[in-house]
Design a protein around this ligand. Structure first.
Ligand code: F6P
Length: 320
């Protein structure tokens, strides 16, 4: 293993820079040359890269986002795009490629791995926490804490004005963020894309709360559920309480990574370099029950990570 490429792809996640730093430093330690492709898959297709040495990654550990930039690249989804990318891995004499990103990026890594002998390893990094089979992705913990900080403030207003707040968190397809944020924020109701939306049940829950003397409530809803405005209207009309909507948006994607996100970035990177030094590729790194794992890219793509619905029931009991 003499030379590897690094690429960040899809939505940015706090800790991507920590992963880039760890990969570059561990490569330097093992006398491996590193280059970083710019703007995700687009950078590989256009052969746009920078040389990365140990000093090039100084001062980035604490920064959110990715110094390599990222895009959602449509061309990479085409046969021509994939072939161009595979050709550029060859023309740069790469022995390995580390892809840092969420489930879409891991799917991309798998598609590319079928067209090249270059060893490809993926590090799960996404605030959606949606990569199979890893218990956690780089950036998830930071996003949970960022959302929690905001909901703590919203709770102050909810209590003072005796209002119900509907707080929309990110998660277009998956509800991992909504569940963990909802549980830790003490939300009275949590709504996720994985569970069929039932407006009447939510209205009833808020009505019950009001009868019990709970004069304020927080509903955490994943953006993928998509009913935020109509739900607010339904609660106001049927329960007669004041409702406000707060969409947290991109504050959840940025910010300095927590210790946990930096820790995962470091141990995932170490496993990736270990595999590459052994001449192995075609793997997604992860963590399960505290142990760093390696799963084939194929298996990682073919399976959907299950959401623990027990946590929804726990949140419901805690909000009694
Ligand atoms: O990074 C994941 C995610 O935040 C999803 O939850 C969300 O649906 C999506 O990215 C939106 O990102 P963008 O606007 O960059 O496409």
């Amino acid at each position: 293993m003499k030379k590897i490429g690094i690429v960040t792809s899809g939505g940015d996640a706090p800790g991507m820079n920590a992963a880039i730093r760890a990969l570059v430093r561990l490569s330097a330690w093992n006398n491996i040359e590193t280059i970083g492709f710019l703007r995700g898959w687009e950078g590989i297709i256009k052969n746009n890269f920078i040389n990365l040495d140990a000093r090039a990654v100084s001062g980035i550990l604490h920064l959110g986002g990715t110094i390599l930039k990222t895009t959602r690249c449509l061309e990479f989804k085409t046969k021509e795009g994939l072939e161009k990318a595979a050709e550029n891995l060859r023309s740069n004499n790469l022995d390995g490629l580390v892809v840092i990103g969420g489930d879409g990026s891991i799917r991309g890594a798998y598609e590319l791995s079928r067209l090249t002998d270059v060893k490809i390893v993926a590090l799960p990094a996404s605030i959606d926490n949606d990569v199979y089979p890893s218990d956690e992705t780089i950036g998830f913990d930071t996003a949970v804490n960022s959302a929690l900080t905001e909901i703590n403030k919203i709770r102050d207003t909810a209590i003072s004005h005796e209002r119900t707040f509907i707080v929309e968190v990110m998660g277009r397809k998956r509800g991992f963020l909504a569940v963990e944020v909802g549980l830790t924020a003490g939300a009275e109701v949590i709504l996720v894309p994985e569970v069929e939306y039932d407006e009447d049940a939510v209205v009833e829950a808020i009505r019950k709360n009001a009868r019990k003397g709970k004069n304020s409530s927080i509903i955490v809803i994943a953006e993928g559920v998509g009913k935020t405005t109509s739900l607010a209207e339904a609660i106001e009309k049927n329960v007669g309480v004041e409702v406000r909507v707060s969409v947290l948006g991109y504050v959840q994607r940025g910010g300095s990574p927590t210790a946990r996100s930096r820790y995962l970035a470091s141990i995932f990177a170490a496993k990736a370099i270990e595999l590459l030094l052994d001449g192995k590729g075609g793997a997604t790194i992860g963590i399960q029950k505290g142990q760093v794992t390696s799963t084939s890219l194929d298996e990682s793509c073919r399976n959907e990570k299950p959401l623990n619905l027990e946590l929804l029931r726990l949140a419901e009991k805690l909000a009694v």
